[in-house]
Ligand binder design. Structure first.
Ligand SMILES: [Zn+2]
Ligand SMILES: [Zn+2]
Length: 152
């Protein structure tokens, strides 16, 4: 994703309005590695600008995706996640408990299929999702009070 200032330029150049609300969303997305949902972007934005609407958040996210500045991802967490990292080809780690998403950068970038497995498809890209438990959820699922309670 470009910097907030560059994004403002690109929005204007493409005939879109640049408002303080939109610039607030640009800043929130800048460097965000959590792959936020629209709701998460809204929750962060409303702390800075209480007049911002969820509709503005959705529109701005859609515009950014149209311009190729962010990617809309469906990684099976039940809501679309937005990824400002469009410069580095990467895969994802997804926590099957809390739905947190992280980038896997710099490995497995030249994935190919064995002879014949492509079934005649002309392949353009491959995205891998590694599912498991994030560090926080591993701690939460360790034997302890929780297991004790269910054993009683
Ligand atoms: Zn987790
Ligand atoms: Zn990502």
């Amino acid at each position: 994703m470009h910097t907030p200032d560059e994004l403002s330029e690109r929005f204007r150049a493409s005939g879109r309005k640049v408002t303080a609300q939109r610039q607030c969303i640009f800043r929130i997305l800048q460097g965000d590695e959590t792959h936020p949902s629209a709701d998460a972007v809204y929750a962060a934005a409303v702390l800075e600008m209480e007049t911002i609407s969820l509709k503005t958040v959705y529109q701005t996210l859609n515009d950014l995706a149209d311009l190729g500045e962010i990617t809309a991802l469906d990684v099976g967490t039940g809501m679309t996640r937005f990824d400002p990292n469009v410069d580095d080809l990467h895969h994802h780690l997804v926590c099957k408990s809390c739905g947190s998403v992280r980038d896997v950068v710099g490995t497995l970038l030249d994935l190919t299929l064995p002879e014949g497995a492509d079934q005649g498809f002309e392949l353009a890209s491959a995205e891998v999702i590694f599912r498991g438990l994030c560090p926080t959820c591993q701690v939460a699922s360790e034997p302890g009070d929780h297991d004790l309670a269910s054993a009683l």
